[in-house]
Design a protein around this ligand. Structure first.
Ligand code: DGJ
Length: 765
């Protein structure tokens, strides 16, 4: 039973075989946090963990439970500043950052929520209008709802906790209901707060910028607040809505790791506040900057629901944490027809032609790609309005017949007639000032009438907080898709929101605009994916600017980065894999010299890096040499053989590209009989010492044969020093030999030069 309630003693123990999460009703009626971590025995009461002490200057505004059941006033020990709380509010003696702040009429921002009761439900309820993890069977999870109320005016606060039966995962969100009979404004409502008893942790987050998204950033916690977040209107290239707390000695395989992720695509704040008593307060939720949600008194507008936060626990290091996120996000966040299906190999024309193409050119690319085994052609930006560069036409979603005389309809039919599927790029949330749509509806953009509009990539953001805009976009895209043969949509978003102002809305609505914008995007996604359930959606935001769990609920894969250079991608994909499963990491082989770094890498290296995710090409195939086409054909065959395995297998990171000259990871089948190992070397060393690399996830007693992929035709060849077979324990405790057999001018069978990838097959013998 995952939810144990000791009603009389006031303890709630969420547990499964792996984790325990314990809370208590505090003497003042608020909820206290007792424990989160590895599974514990249950007991009636954990009250010995509520430690109180007299501390000078500590505000003690609440009653104290005297121990003998009596409540006495004037306590000098019961200070909420020194009690670990579940969902702290401001103005009650806790001087740290609150999870919740509500402003009542007259400007009062003090709240005090007291426990009123609880509910336990099988399964996991949906969160209205928001993406969230789900269950397929009610017995996969159980949900505890703690019901709190502010005695001042009856405002309700429901804390939702769902624990998965078979995963070390607890999801949380919060619902606030105004029952005061007066209006009020929610100024801050975090999805999760977790007060941990000490601060001996490292914080890990994924940080970067456009073209270098989600690099691993790790640093010890320090006193005070450390935070990451986004105030750009989307989850952002700069920080991902995720953080982990690990013990200082936690590595990939060992040690504690607490993972926290927010299922949301807009502004977010993730922070840890270490107080001077050594307690760590962790929280994640919508960024309070620019957010204020007025609650009315009607049935619908009186309620606010936060997005869902996902909390994971691992005592098997980061590897354990990532495996949990991968399993949860791949099977219980991503949805729909494509969730478990092998993804098509695509060729996208963006880096091949940019916006300079015509039908003849794209048909040539498609035809040649088809001959090499590619399954889908995707037409990127530049097919609509009169878009020859980024300065025009967003919003005008009709074909440019200068480029495509028979329109998207004709092109998609011609592509299908050639035996390929057709995919199309759109950027529905945007509008160009030079567009028919903007000329017809200048009031549909975000930004104030009395200030100059702020452009980004020459474009403006449509105001999706307005239902009329969402309806218009749905109807326009529905018509476009219905009239053509479209099997895939790349949904792009190429600028941040800098002017969150919705024209024609009253002052109190303006604080809702950024969140409503995201709700509008989710609604549009929901309607389109429901209307066209067989279409594969790929989310994109100038590369990986909205690579988050919220998007994953609608689009099972996401364009990882606009940096397609293989060496750069090793770092980006490695960092991304901390949270996101390979099934959603979309990668393309592009041309050399690479368009972002001007680096030249081999076809094998490019293909190998891209293989670990949803695979495709993004280059002008008509320009490839015959031998490159041969390699591409072999690559395509390799991907078709292994993509299902890679998509669903268990991924382990082996060597971090952020720590040295090498990188490696591997994918192991569920039955541990097969594994693919990827190893990458950035710079060619000279006269290097012997090298070994330890593998993970194999069965210690199984005998395995190891083979290496041939760099030209991807066939498997025997390893140079193959002793016949290896036991799994040898491969995991000693490792694979990766040494160069010679240095300098002498030949070596190990690929030489910079940016070299190798792939190994480990198979039960
Ligand atoms: C940004 C995307 O990340 C690219 O792949 C491409 O689709 C361009 N936008 C097109 O404008």
């Amino acid at each position: 039973m995952p939810t144990i309630v000791h009603e009389k003693a006031g303890f709630f123990h969420l547990c499964n075989d792996q984790i325990s999460y314990i809370m208590m009703v505090l003497p003042d009626g608020e909820i206290g946090q007792i424990y989160f971590g590895e599974r514990l025995h249950d007991r009636e009461s954990f009250s010995w963990l509520l430690e109180l002490a007299h501390r000078d200057m500590a505000p003690c505004v609440f009653d104290e439970e005297a121990g003998d059941g009596r409540v006495c006033w004037g306590s000098t020990t019961y200070s909420r500043e020194h009690i670990r709380q579940e969902y702290p509010t401001f103005g009650t003696g806790d001087m740290r950052q609150p999870a919740l702040e509500i402003e009542r009429e007259g400007g009062n921002t003090l709240s005090h929520f007291c426990y009123k009761g609880f509910l336990v439900q099988e399964g996991k309820p949906r969160i209205p209008s928001l993406p969230a993890t789900y269950v397929e069977q009610p017995d996969e999870a159980q949900t505890l709802i703690l019901k709190l109320e502010d005695p001042l005016d009856g405002t309700k606060l429901d804390l939702y906790y769902s624990i998965y039966r078979d995963m070390p995962v607890i999801t949380r969100h919060v619902r606030i209901r105004n029952q005061s009979g007066k209006s009020m404004v929610v100024k801050r409502a975090m999805s999760l707060n977790l007060d941990l008893p000490d601060s001996q942790y490292d914080m890990i987050d994924l940080a970067g910028a456009s073209l270098r998204e989600r690099y691993v950033d790790r640093h010890p916690l320090h006193l005070g607040i450390q935070s990451i977040g986004s105030m750009r209107g989307h989850s952002s290239h700069q920080f991902n809505p995720f953080l982990a707390l690990t013990r200082p000695n936690t590595d990939e395989q060992n040690g504690e790791a607490i993972g926290i992720s927010l299922v949301y695509s807009g502004n977010f704040l993730a922070q840890v506040e270490v107080d001077t008593m050594g307690v760590s307060r962790v929280m994640i939720g919508i960024h309070p900057q620019g957010f204020s949600w007025a609650l009315g008194m009607g049935e619908e507008d009186s309620v606010f629901c936060t997005p869902e936060a996902v909390l994971t626990y691992s005592h098997h290091g980061l590897d354990g944490m990532s495996r949990t996120f991968h399993q949860l996000f791949r099977t219980r966040l991503a949805r729909g027809y494509w969730r478990d299906r092998e993804r098509p190999i695509i060729v996208n024309n963006w880096e091949a032609t940019y916006m300079n193409f015509d039908e003849k050119k794209v048909l040539e690319i498609a035809e040649q790609a088809k001959n090499l085994g590619v399954e889908m052609f995707v037409l990127d930006d530049g097919w609509f309005g009169h878009r020859d560069d980024a300065t025009s036409s967003l919003g005008d979603w009709y074909s440019d017949i200068r480029k495509l005389p028979d329109g998207i309809q004709g092109l998609s039919e011609k592509i299908e007639a050639r035996g390929m599927k057709f995919g199309l790029w759109i950027e529905p949330e945007m509008v160009s000032p030079d567009s028919d749509l903007f000329r017809a509806h200048p009031e549909w953009v975000l930004g104030a009438e009395n200030r100059p509009l702020c452009l980004g990539r020459h474009q403006l953001v449509l105001d999706l907080s307005k239902p009329v805009v969402v309806n218009y976009l749905f109807e326009t895209l529905e018509k476009l898709i219905e009239s053509s043969r479209i099997s895939y949509i790349k949904w792009d978003m190429n600028r941040s929101i800098s002017q969150a102002w919705s024209r024609g809305q009253g002052a109190v609505s303006q604080g809702k605009v950024l969140h409503r914008q995201i709700l509008g995007i989710y609604e549009l996604y929901e309607r389109l994916t429901t209307r066209f359930p067989l279409i594969l959606f790929e989310s994109c935001a100038s590369g990986g600017g909205r690579f988050d769990p919220g998007m994953l609920y609608y689009a099972p894969q996401a364009w990882t980065s606009d940096d397609t250079d293989a060496a750069e991608r090793v770092k980006i994909q490695y960092g991304t894999s901390l949270v996101y499963p390979l099934s959603c990491i979309s990668n393309h082989v592009s041309a050399v010299p690479n368009h972002q770094t001007h680096r030249i890498t081999s076809m094998f290296t490019r293909g190998t890096v891209a293989a670990f995710g949803a695979f495709g090409y993004e280059l002008d195939i008509t320009q490839l040499k015959i031998e490159e086409k041969e390699q591409m054909k072999a690559q395509v065959a390799f991907i078709k053989r292994w993509r299902g395995f890679i998509q669903k297998g268990c991924m382990h990171r082996l060597v971090s590209p952020f720590e040295g000259n090498d990188a490696a990871w591997m994918v192991v089948s569920a039955n541990q009989k097969q594994a693919l190992v990827f190893a990458f070397r950035f710079q060619q060393p000279v006269n290097a010492g012997f090298r070994r690399m330890r593998l993970q996830g194999l069965d210690t007693d199984t005998r395995y044969i190891v083979k290496e992929a041939n760099q030209t035709d991807w066939s498997w060849k025997a390893m140079e020093k193959e002793p016949g077979f290896h036991y799994g324990d040898e491969l995991m405790k000693i490792g694979l030999l990766l040494s160069d057999a010679a240095s300098g001018v002498l030949s070596s069978t190990v690929p030489q030069g910079d940016w070299q990838a190798r792939v190994f097959l480990v198979e039960e013998s």
